[in-house]
Design a binder for this molecule. Structure first.
Ligand code: SF4
Ligand code: SF4
Length: 67
């Protein structure tokens, strides 16, 4: 089954604060040139919104999100 839930970063909005990178306990992100990069989308927990809730710039949305 194809992965149906993982974060997508809006680079225009992202300030590079690294809150999401530091928070995610599943290693979905890594820092790359001062911006978060989604390197392990398969590790993202279905319907988790942990990093989205913490992002001060509202720069995180999810592939598979319908709301
Ligand atoms: S939604 Fe949850 S599991 Fe997925 S990247 Fe964010 S904190 Fe990690
Ligand atoms: S928490 Fe938001 S603003 Fe901060 S690095 Fe992640 S996506 Fe960018």
């Amino acid at each position: 089954m194809a992965k149906t839930w993982y974060p997508i970063i809006d680079d225009e909005k992202c300030t590079g604060c690294m809150t999401c990178v530091n928070f995610c306990p599943h290693g979905v992100y890594r820092e790359n040139g001062g911006k978060p990069e989604v390197v392990n989308p398969l590790e993202c927990v279905e319907f988790c919104r942990g990093c989205q809730k913490l992002c001060p710039a509202e720069a995180i949305r999810y592939f598979g999100d319908t709301r």
